[in-house]
Design a protein around this ligand. Structure first.
Ligand code: TXA
Ligand code: MG
Length: 318
């Protein structure tokens, strides 16, 4: 595996060529790092599942370079999905739409829908553009972590977690820390109105404002996404929500909360955006420091705070 920092145009080009040749390329996005493969290659996609240790009936998001890529992967899609793509792409929004012929069962987990996203990150977009120049159509990429674990928000976390499963020709592109820090909002666009399958930085309110339609929330849907399994986003440490931290415990809490004596402070975010950006790295650092229990004081409020609580609920689930 090559770990490539300070990615130049040539670096990104060589990574696109590696992808086209069937190798894996982990790359930065604004949400979390993705583990990419050629979305048209069954063999390359099979390696994503092996590397993650993920059950292979779980669908993957196809990353495309712009709205033009929708027709490569989707069948019929409603007007409001186009509106959402126009308003929020590139950005932390995945649209689940009826699949076209190119979206095979190995991408969709056998479902008749496909998840599409245009990430807002220069390196990700450069990689997709170079991949398209090399004859590709889209990059399948789940978060670059082992199944059930915390998503990586920097390249070092990808290396720490996946290096032993990657092969010599595979590549990790280092693009610095992810600016959003939690995974994209996933919206099911196969019904008359948008259904939010996974909350994220594009909030229900933003979706309603953009489309003029009511956006239903996760509890109201039954479609299963892997991030919706009860236990997910979990570090090795036990995550305990809204409790009092004891000496030796880790603590993640808003910055105005003081650190009790003997407690190891892992993050002190000042804003909700800062909370989302720092959360996963803080959970990971609990494991590198060998901390057994992490107490997390959850943020209140809607929007991104709700997305953070959604992930925390699953991190804490046993
Ligand atoms: O922010 C993100 O979305 C990151 C970056 C790398 O783009 N990707 C990501 O991928 O979080 P992953 O595979 O870790 O989570 C994607 C979720 C999975 O829970 C999957 O089940 C769901 O999206 N998903 C993908 N395609 C779907 C589909 N056709 N129908 C329903 N859920 C789908
Ligand atoms: Mg994931």
């Amino acid at each position: 595996m090559s770990f490539l920092s300070k990615c130049s145009t040539e670096t990104v080009q060589s990574a696109a060529v590696a992808l086209k040749a069937g190798h894996l390329v982990a790359f930065p996005t604004e949400t979390v790092y993705g583990l990419g493969a050629d979305a048209e290659s069954a063999e390359a996609v099979a390696r994503i599942y092996e590397t993650k240790g993920r059950p292979n009936d779980h669908p993957l998001i196809v990353h495309i370079g712009s709205m033009d890529g929708i027709s490569d992967w989707a069948g019929d899609i409603p007007e409001y999905a186009i509106t959402l793509a126009r308003d929020f792409w590139p950005g932390p929004l995945t649209l689940v739409v009826n699949r076209g012929e190119r979206a095979k069962d190995f991408i969709t987990g056998g479902q008749n829908t496909v998840g599409l996203r245009v990430p807002a990150h220069n390196i990700a977009l450069g990689l997709i553009q170079e991949f398209i120049k090399a004859g590709g159509k889209g990059i399948a990429a789940p978060s670059a972590n082992r199944f059930g674990a915390v998503s990586p928000t920097n390249a070092q976390a990808v290396e720490d977690e996946l290096a032993q499963y990657l092969k010599v020709e595979d590549i990790i592109l280092d693009g610095g820390p992810s600016l959003v820090g939690v995974e994209s909002t996933i919206v099911d666009c196969t019904k008359e109105t948008p259904f939010i399958l996974r909350p994220g930085a594009v909030t229900a309110e933003m979706i309603e404002e953009s489309t003029g339609l009511i956006a239903l929330a996760p509890e109201q849907t039954e479609i299963r996404v892997s991030g919706s399994l009860d236990s997910h986003y979990s570090p090795k440490a036990k995550v305990v929500l809204d409790a009092i931290a004891e000496p030796g415990d880790g603590l993640i809490a808003p910055d105005q909360i003081p650190t009790p004596d003997g407690v190891i402070r892992l993050a002190s975010p000042r804003t909700i955006e800062g909370y989302a950006r720092d959360l996963y790295a803080a959970l990971r650092s609990a494991d590198t420091q060998g901390i057994d229990v992490v107490v997390v004081l959850q943020p209140g409020g809607d929007g991104l705070a709700a997305a953070i609580r959604d992930r925390l609920k699953r991190s804490a689930y046993e």
